[in-house]
Ligand binder design. Structure first.
Ligand SMILES: [Zn+2]
Length: 275
């Protein structure tokens, strides 16, 4: 706990390094950061240790490829996998039929999260606007839209994975889980702000490593994906068959699939069993 004294400085450094690394990597390599993003939400209760979690995988999908996501449902159902969809309603463009489609995803047991209305870069946005404006213009309209469907989103994901500690603290007033990219998926230490991995590979082996690491460490690995495709081409590497293979591998490891909203519940359940 001593290191928390200077953690703000560390956080800013990490933010800076994360952006530099992202730029240097040219979006071709997965993250290997191993430092918690935001220590301010650490659970002070030592009962919240790594051993209390059922290891698992949380698949998250960003933006608005709702048609393709609906196409994924039979694969997810085959493995009883529920995932989190972070929807950006106007990015890349608004789908007038999205209400019914969102309900299809939601009624299948998946979580619907907020990914901002227009998908702006956080740092660029904050050059001319406040965090309050970010919330009022980019988040609140989405929350209202989903509320009108009977959905109450409790999770948020930053567009482009960009974040800063101030925004994390501000948004933690409104969300139970805030997903970043290029952070440590150490869910056992960080209660609200979760780091996730983005793997630019169509090879199952690259995903297996992360899944097995989570299993060995009794943790939950959070993966970020976007639009599944039938065949690998250009930057589209995440195929439906790769999704099937990943789910199959996770199931064979007797690991759980998590929506982000389920993570805290899982911890509590295990704590109760322990008592
Ligand atoms: Zn996005």
């Amino acid at each position: 706990m001593i290191y928390r004294i200077s953690y703000n400085t560390i956080e800013y450094l990490i933010s800076f390094l994360a952006v530099i690394t992202l730029l240097a990597a040219g979006c071709t390599k997965k993250s290997d950061f191993s430092i918690a993003l935001d220590d301010s939400y650490n659970d002070p209760d030592p009962a919240a240790e790594v051993t209390i979690l059922d290891p698992g995988v949380a698949l998250t999908f960003d933006d608005a490829s709702i048609d393709e996501w609906i196409e994924m449902l039979p694969i997810l159902n085959k493995y009883n996998a529920r995932v989190t969809f972070f929807i950006s309603l106007y990015y890349p463009k608004y789908d007038p039929n999205c209400k019914n489609k969102v309900m299809t995803l939601y009624n299948a047991g998946n979580e619907i999260g907020i990914h901002t209305l227009n998908h702006p870069h956080l740092s660029t946005y904050l050059e001319k606007h406040s965090l309050n404006e970010y919330y009022n213009n980019e988040i609140l309209p989405e929350v209202r839209f989903f509320n009108s469907l009977g959905i109450n989103p409790g999770s948020f994901a930053y567009p482009y994975g960009e974040y800063n500690p101030k925004a994390n603290r501000f948004l933690s007033q409104y969300f139970n889980k805030i997903r970043c990219i290029y952070g440590n998926p150490d869910i056992n230490k960080v209660k609200k702000v979760i780091g996730a991995s983005e793997i630019f590979s169509s090879t199952l082996k690259d995903y297996k490593e992360e899944i097995l690491y989570a299993k060995l460490n009794s943790s939950i690995w959070v993966l970020v994906e976007h639009k599944p495709v039938q065949n690998v081409s250009g930057n589209d590497y995440f195929t439906f068959s790769l999704l099937d293979s990943i789910c199959n591998f996770v199931s064979r490891q007797n690991m759980r699939f998590y929506c982000l909203r389920e993570i805290d519940t899982a911890i509590l359940e295990k704590q109760r069993i322990k008592d």
